[in-house]
Design a protein around this ligand. Structure first.
Ligand code: SAH
Length: 225
């Protein structure tokens, strides 16, 4: 058999966008909407997910499911990436922080929509791999650091938006501190078995408004090792 080429991947990517749209429609009661932001869907249609998975898994990159990336971690399911991005609602002029880079897929989606993305990853190998993959694809507005993301990235704070892609019992205080007033954080929050996708809005006066949405299952945020 031949290997898949970029045209095949492009067809599968359009198919993936349709699968996401079905998934959103099915969950529309829980989500309170029947479609995601068009800008987010367009970004999902542009980012080559097959370049952010392990090479043997490239043919499976456009199924709507998480895939293993090593170290017992996964690249998130496309529907969840799209939903989290929609909830975060990154804008062209915004400075965004991501915690948990993995191989960089979500960072690439954010980079399509925001001015600048900073991403912190606790597994050094992932940080290096993600950086190389993003560079090869020409994403010039993503900076990656290896370290414990629960401390945020003070040098580049404050952030308009913060996306955490690993589960936590509560929002790490350093991240709330580094969020601008009027800013927003999206994270899987709650006990490991009962996480919910959670939106935390920081009010202009520094208070917080918390909205808990659909149940999700992310690996836990690790603390320093
Ligand atoms: N955003 C990734 C998802 C990767 S899974 C994607 O697009 O596919 C979550 C990632 O969070 C893992 O790579 C894991 O190593 C990382 N992680 C876990 N705890 C962390 C911490 N305290 N700081 C930074 N990254 C962390």
């Amino acid at each position: 058999m031949k290997e898949m080429n970029e045209e095949h991947f492009a067809v599968l990517r359009r198919h993936m966008a349709e699968l996401i749209a079905i998934h959103v429609d099915l969950a529309s009661d829980e989500l309170g909407k029947s479609a995601l932001d068009e800008r987010v869907m367009a970004a999902m249609g542009r980012v080559p997910r097959h370049r952010f998975v392990l090479e043997p898994l490239a043919p499976h990159a456009y199924g709507d499911m998480p895939l293993p990336i090593g170290f017992d971690k996964t690249i998130s399911q496309p529907f969840i990436v799209a939903l989290m991005t929609d909830l975060l609602s990154p804008q062209r002029h915004e400075n965004v922080l991501e915690i948990g880079t993995g191989l960089g897929y979500q960072a690439a989606v954010l980079a399509e929509l925001a001015r600048q993305v900073w991403s912190v990853e606790i597994v050094e190998e992932f940080a290096g791999e993600a950086e190389a993959r993003l560079r090869r694809l020409g994403y010039a507005n993503v900076g990656i650091r290896y370290g414990d993301g629960t401390r945020g990235w003070a040098e580049h704070a404050p952030f308009d938006k913060i996306l955490v892609t690993a589960g936590a019992e509560r929002a790490p205080p350093a991240l709330l501190d580094q969020l601008k007033p009027g800013g927003r954080m999206v994270l899987p929050m709650g006990p490991a078995a009962a996480q919910r996708l959670t939106v935390i809005d920081k009010t202009p006066t520094g208070g917080v408004e918390v909205r808990k949405l659909v149940p999700v299952r992310f690996s836990e945020l690790e603390t320093v090792r």
